[in-house]
Structures are given as C-alpha cells and as structure tokens.
Design a protein around this ligand. Structure first.
Ligand SMILES: [Zn+2]
Ligand SMILES: [Zn+2]
Length: 158
C-alpha cells in the first residue's frame, strides 16, 4: 500500500510525506549535513552499499552500518548497544553530528538523526536502539510530484 499526505509547513512551502512499503526502496546517496557521502560499498548489506555512521554511547564509540533498504532495520555494528538505549550519531568522515536540534521521535521522544538525500530529500530515524521510528520526508518536489511514483524517477531522490 502506498499513502501520501500533503500539507503546508509554517513557511507556507509545500511539504510532501511519503510512506512506502518496507524495503521497497534503497537509499543510494545519503549524505551528512556537510555533504560527505555516507555510503559504504566495502560493507554491503542485502547486496547494496550500506550507510556508514559513527555511533557513541556511554563513552564508547564504534562504526555502525545501516541497511540502505528503506524501512529495513538490519545493521552491522562493531559495538554492542543495549536495546532501548539512546546513541549519538555522527559522520565518520567529518565528525559532524547527525542529530537535529529540536527534532524528537514521535514514538519515544529520543532525538532524531537526519541524513540528506539528493534534491532536498531527507531521511530521519530515531537514535534509540529498538525504536526505529523511521520516516522518509521528501521536500520541494514541485512539478515532479506526479513522477514520484514511477520507480525509475523515485530512484533519483534516494
Ligand atoms: Zn561529514
Ligand atoms: Zn523513538
């Protein structure tokens, strides 16, 4: 099932949220806020380059590789993270935090991390292990909205 919702944000701009079937789409160009490409071909998951982030929790730090299939919660990690604990995410290349100020999970209130996609898209996720409230938010689609649902076009946003 596909579902779309359209509303206006505070600035009056058009905002479109897309809910997609789990694992139907693969993120290919996730970047940190400074523009570093986070994709890791060296550590594929499900046959696709994973999304590499640096994770800190309780004074420990490690590398985590997320499944690029949107909606999948598979990942590989070199540190043990207790279920239910909140971690901090940063870019493994430039070190910038991936957390967004004033953005919190609607399910558990932990901070959200954000990754940037081509053409103004963003993907958000909860920093609490085991919560995994993920959301794909595609902004500024303009006239291309109608083409969004053709798979080949959708790929350009991921
Ligand atoms: Zn970076
Ligand atoms: Zn959460």
């Amino acid at each position: 099932m596909e579902e779309t919702r359209q509303d206006r944000d505070a600035q009056g701009g058009e905002k479109v949220e897309v809910t997609v079937p789990a694992a139907a789409l693969v993120i290919r160009h996730a970047r940190c806020p400074n523009g570093c490409l986070l994709m890791s071909p060296e550590v594929p998951i499900g046959g696709h380059p994973s999304i590499h982030v640096r994770v800190r929790q309780g004074g420990r730090e490690g590398d985590v590789y997320l499944d690029p299939a949107y909606g999948s919660f598979n990942h590989r990690s070199d540190i043990e993270i207790a279920e239910g604990s909140v971690v901090s995410f940063s870019c493994p290349q430039c070190g910038v935090s991936l957390e967004e100020p004033d953005r919190f999970c609607g399910t558990c209130s932990a901070p959200l991390f954000v990754m940037h996609l081509p053409r103004g898209g963003r993907i958000e996720g909860c920093t609490r292990k085991g919560c995994f409230a993920h959301r794909l938010e595609v902004i500024d689609l303009g006239a291309q909205l109608l083409r969004l649902f053709e798979e080949t076009q959708m790929d350009e946003y991921l």
